[in-house]
Design a protein around this ligand. Sequence first.
Ligand code: HEC
Ligand code: HEC
Length: 341
Amino acid sequence: MSVLEQALGLPRLETAISDVMTPLHTLARRLALAGLLFVPTALSAAETETSTESHAPATTRAHTPRPIAPAEPTGTGLLLEPPLDLSAFTREQFIEKSSTIGAHRIHRPWTSPVIALPPHPRTGAKGLTEREVMDYMVEARRLFDEGKAVPVSDIGLISTQEDVVRQPMFNHISGFSNDAVRVYLLVQNTASDSGWSYFSIVQDLTLTPALDYFAELKATGPKFEGTSCYKCHSSGPLGIHPVREDLVLDAELAAGLNQFIAEQPRSRFHFPPDSPKPEPGKPLTLKFCSRCHSEDGDRDTLYQVHSHPIRVLVDFGYMPPNRRLKPEEIAELKEWLEQKP
Ligand code: HEC
Ligand code: HEC
């Protein structure tokens, strides 16, 4: 049975979902699974009424973004490790472990996938100070801890697959914004670990191009990082890709946050002095990738240092968007990936 067939085991899925969702949510999900890409407006509107907190006009959800396509290995031969078999891992286990962060903090009602922050206090700022960036990171964490964020909870594909952790990687991802910044918070844990770690990305939009700060939020406060984050975050915040279609809460929210991420401005990566840019290796210049991933494309140039997300996103059918590579293109990409830096 393929991962997709597993994920589409509708009866099992429905039982699992009904534990945590209203029948309305279940119906919406079943419609989405049945291939009706857009949840009818009437449903979205009805759901909006059940929300307790409204940060955006109620119309926001009428334009339901396209659902995230399910991850499906395509056998390109680009993966270094066979796809991880998670078939024994249930949605109930996912929800149970995800909820150890505090059930009231996750799977919350929402109208907009991104929480609006108050205006930046320093008007006309051109370039935020490091202190201001850190304050946004701390504020995002505070909002999450107080149950005032609307996090997407999932098991992420990119970190779970291949040799990075090779076990389910649990994520809670929240987005916040005002005119000066886009702030992201990631609360993360692996299946075998008991403690949750906090990470944040702040995009300083007062500069052109925007400047992305990465940090781990430690007990002592944010610690800026660069070297290790850049290996996956080649263009700033990454799209959300659940490892399996039923391992996400909730799918519509994830699609909405993904749309926000996909529409992010071009940005530069801030490397702190103690965590510099890693040796990037050769750039990926194959036209079928670089027409979007290049200096003048939508996304930043990809280098050999990014081979992990490249292998995963191509093999699981996400890149390029909207089509599959031809065998000769796969061969060219494989040859590039195997080149010595
Ligand atoms: C092994 C690859 C990898 C590395 C290394 C990595 N990340 Fe991520 N990160 C991801 C993926 C994949 C997602 C989206 C997860 C999902 O699909 O649920 C993500 C999401 C995030 C998010 C939520 C916003 C977004 O981009 O979707 C933040 C914040 C974040 N990471 C911070 C960091 C920081 C800070 C570092 C370095 C200390 C880092 N990450 C290193 C893969 C990585
Ligand atoms: C039509 C434009 C387009 C083409 C062609 C394309 N990509 Fe992408 N790629 C995107 C966009 C947009 C994103 C961000 C949204 C997302 O992740 O869904 C992205 C995201 C990525 C990421 C995650 C890092 C990032 O920029 O956010 C990787 C890695 C990636 N693509 C690899 C590839 C590879 C390898 C190819 C060629 C086989 C390719 N892409 C072809 C548009 C494209």
